[in-house]
Write a protein that binds this ligand. Structure first.
Ligand SMILES: C[S@@+](CC[C@H](N)C(=O)[O-])C[C@H]1O[C@@H](n2cnc3c(N)ncnc32)[C@H](O)[C@@H]1O
Length: 283
């Protein structure tokens, strides 16, 4: 699914900021907010369950940034990350797991496996974030994935998903945002909704990065996704056997009318141009 950035075979290009940048680091700095994600997971778990969660499975883990955040939060926490792509797991071992101490490393494992087939032991929590499950293009595939997740959870386990939508989601548009890497260097993150087919609701999305010297990393990541709607996802989770599925919708900051970062269970949402929400599915 991931497309590697163009190798810098051209010596002029090799001198650019784009040629020297690492797409996984840029992704972590521009797309992910694992602290906020794990804050939400911990808070929601505490509201729904009377015991601490210990074992978290991160599906589609990529660099396993979230799994690393989980094991770093508490001495009891254990995590497993699942990804089909050997290259990204190797990157994680060399660049992300190295930020953990020896004791934390004992509590995390990365598996190069398919989320449809993996059986890493029963988890309290399974995460599938950044809309990764949108890569399942049919109801049957998505239901099969959710069934495998259900089989991978303990009897009071919880699946956490995110979802995105809004009236701009099926549009062919680009949006950009200014970001900084960990050394404070500026770069631009560009989200490119390159194609959308209303007949099957499939879309092609890409991430590009641009740098102050005007060099670009084109198609650093690309995705073929189905743009699922919330009622479809909810129905399929119930069909797979989950007993309760709640949509956690973001509240609004009264002063600036923007999202306030607080997600609560809701049955009504605003028809915003673009929204992101969490889905919490209980066994
Ligand atoms: C959008 S990235 C998500 C990265 C990370 N989880 C995040 O939240 O930002 C999707 C990842 O899913 C992986 N992937 C795709 N299909 C998979 C499958 N069937 N089983 C396991 N991993 C898969 C890809 O290799 C890629 O690393």
């Amino acid at each position: 699914m991931f497309r590697k950035n163009t190798p810098a075979s051209d010596p002029d290009n090799a001198r650019t900021l784009a040629a020297r940048a690492d797409r996984h680091r840029l992704y972590q700095r521009s797309v992910q907010d694992v602290e906020a994600e794990i804050d939400f997971v911990e808070q929601t778990w505490a509201e729904l369950r009377q015991r601490p969660a210990v074992f978290l499975r991160e599906d589609f883990c990529g660099t396993a940034n979230t799994a690393c955040e989980w094991v770093a939060r508490d001495d009891e926490h254990q995590a497993v990350g699942i990804d089909l792509d050997r290259e990204v797991l190797e990157w994680s071992r060399l660049n992300r797991l190295t930020e953990l101490d020896d004791e934390q490393l004992e509590r995390i494992e990365l598996l190069n496996e398919d989320v449809m087939l993996t059986r890493p032991g029963l988890a309290d929590i399974i995460l599938a974030m950044n809309f990764s499950y949108y890569l399942f293009l049919t109801r049957d595939e998505l239901r099969e994935y959710f069934s495998n997740v259900l089989d991978g959870l303990v009897s009071d386990g919880i699946l956490f998903l995110d979802a995105y939508g809004g009236y701009e989601a099926p549009m062919v548009i680009q949006e950009s945002r200014e970001c900084q890497d960990e050394d404070g260097n500026d770069f631009t993150y560009i989200w490119d909704q390159a194609a959308f087919n209303p007949i099957n609701s499939c879309m092609e999305c890409r991430i590009h990065f641009e740098f102050p010297d005007k060099s670009r990393m084109e198609n650093a990541f690309s995705y073929q996704w189905r743009l699922w709607t919330l009622p479809e996802i909810r129905e399929i989770l119930y069909e797979a056997g989950f007993s309760r599925v709640d949509i956690y919708w973001e509240g609004t900051d009264e002063e600036n009318n923007e999202g306030n970062g607080i997600y609560t269970p809701s049955e009504t949402g605003d028809p915003d141009p673009g929204w992101v929400c969490y889905i919490v599915a209980q066994v």
